[in-house]
Design a binder for this molecule. Structure first.
Ligand SMILES: Cc1ncc(COP(=O)(O)O)c(C=O)c1O
Length: 442
């Protein structure tokens, strides 16, 4: 890799040479040896094992007790814990959002596309400070961070990441600092807004020219922080797709089951959800299996594909995690067909809008008063609509669109912030034009 020399020099400057003393109680490799191996193979932070290894340095000797302190104060009965009570005793959880999220019959869009059985599970208003799908994951990840008494979280994502923004906002509310390590993304109004909103919420924003450089410099940041504060920061991987984060979406399936039982919607034949860092989809599929629901997930891929093996590996990791915390949680056999990953609606790639995606965004705004965006939810609803037109979804079947995008708009809070307050590496998002299709969003 051509940047390797720069990277090694950067690591040396940032603290790689410093005497780090990882916990030596286990048989894990020495940190320096491990990192040396890693930088030969970036972007490695999308590999769960690496994140698990780094986070293993954030240790606690305290036993988790859901009936004590903040865990008791910020609690709520979770549908998943009702079915598997042992999970409640061992998996850190704090309530951050407003759940269950509403279910809505999309009658107006249904009339427009000539298909009446279309529903939406609306995670848009899932939180008061910030909504969307990530709140479900943060309720577990931030609880774990608090249990381990961390002061800072390093998170990664694209320049306009909703995930690093959600992490920043909720971590701040709990007194935890966020360092965002971001990589390039196609320009749009949402990218600009998310950068400014993260800045307004005190995120330390670092933008890098590539994912590879971002990951390697994150290791430097990890060590630098430890050397400065004598404490390791927590690492949150792409999209918070760890077994802990995924547990939030396993619970989502149980939440949906309760709503089906209450008669708020029929059991869907299909559930359409964006497939990004994979965690939401994997959690939902695992939860549907554990809750004995028959709905088939259609995972609409919006980012580069990690490969079948990575999907199965993440599913199995989440499944084993839950089984090891409550042996009555079954182990499921899965094949790649269970994930039903649809590759046809991504367009030119992550963050590049598509014509059908933007039409779907405008339909949601105009017909259902639901805010949407072109990177994730627009492409997902576009897939559902196309499948209705192609008769992939039959007239007598029911389809559920899982809205994963935050419904709050922060424009009033950020409109007067000068982008020049952001690091220079972010200025070009404000100085260069947004992509053409952005201008067609109503
Ligand atoms: C609005 C929105 N929807 C969907 C996703 C994808 O979820 P996951 O990363 O769990 O696949 C993201 C991820 O950042 C997102 O921001």
């Amino acid at each position: 890799m051509k940047n390797i020399k720069i990277i090694i020099v950067a690591l040396l400057i940032l603290g790689f040479h410093s005497p780090v003393k990882p916990n030596q109680n286990t048989d894990k490799p020495k940190l320096e040896t491990y990192l040396n191996e890693l930088i030969k193979n970036p972007p490695f932070l999308q590999n769960l094992d690496v994140v698990e290894y780094l986070n293993s340095f954030v240790q606690t000797t305290k036993n988790y007790n859901p009936n004590e302190g903040i865990f008791a104060e910020k609690s709520r009965p979770l549908p998943l814990f009702k079915s598997f009570p042992k999970l409640k005793e061992s998996i850190p959880f704090i309530s951050l959002g407003n759940f269950p999220t509403p279910v809505k019959h999309l009658k107006n869009i249904g009339a427009k596309i000539g298909f009446k059985n279309i529903y939406m599970k609306d995670d848009g208003p899932s939180g008061t400070l910030y909504g969307g799908n990530k709140i479900r994951k943060l309720e577990f990840l931030l609880a774990d961070a608090i249990h381990k008494d961390v002061d800072a979280i390093i998170c990664i994502g694209g320049a306009g990441s909703n995930c690093t923004l959600a992490t920043t906002i909720y971590a701040k509310s709990l007194g935890i600092k966020t360092v965002c390590m971001l990589n390039p993304q196609a320009n749009s109004t949402k990218v600009r807004h998310n950068l400014l909103t993260a800045y307004r919420n005190d995120a330390e924003i670092n933008l890098f020219p590539s994912k590879e450089l971002r990951d390697v410099l994150l290791l430097g940041e990890f060590l630098k922080y430890k050397n400065k504060y004598d404490k390791y920061p927590y690492i949150s991987p792409l999209g918070i797709s760890t077994p802990l984060g995924i547990t939030g979406f396993v619970n989502a399936a149980f939440e949906l089951k309760e709503q089906i039982e209450e008669g708020l919607l029929p059991e869907p034949d299909y559930i359409y959800i964006p497939f990004g860092s994979m965690g939401s989809t994997i959690g939902l599929i695992l939860g549907l299996k554990a809750a004995n629901l028959k709905s088939k997930v259609v995972a609409v891929r919006v980012i580069p594909y990690y490969g079948d093996e990575a999907v199965i590996k993440m599913f199995n990791a989440a499944n084993s995690f839950l089984h090891s915390n409550d042996p009555s949680f079954p182990i499921f056999d899965v094949s790649i067909q269970d994930f039903n990953i649809n590759h046809d609606f991504i367009g030119e790639g992550f963050g590049y809008f598509t014509k059908e995606g933007i039409e779907a965004v405008n339909l949601l705004t105009e017909y259902e008063k639901t805010p949407s965006e072109g990177t994730f939810t627009g492409k997902t609803l576009a897939a559902l609509i196309a499948h209705v037109k192609q008769n992939v979804i039959k007239e007598n079947e029911t389809a559920l669109f899982w809205n994963t995008y935050c419904s709050q708009d922060f424009y009033e809070e950020i409109k007067d912030i000068d982008y020049k307050n952001l690091p220079t590496s972010a200025h070009h998002y404000f100085e260069e034009d947004v992509q053409e299709l952005d201008k067609q969003i109503k």
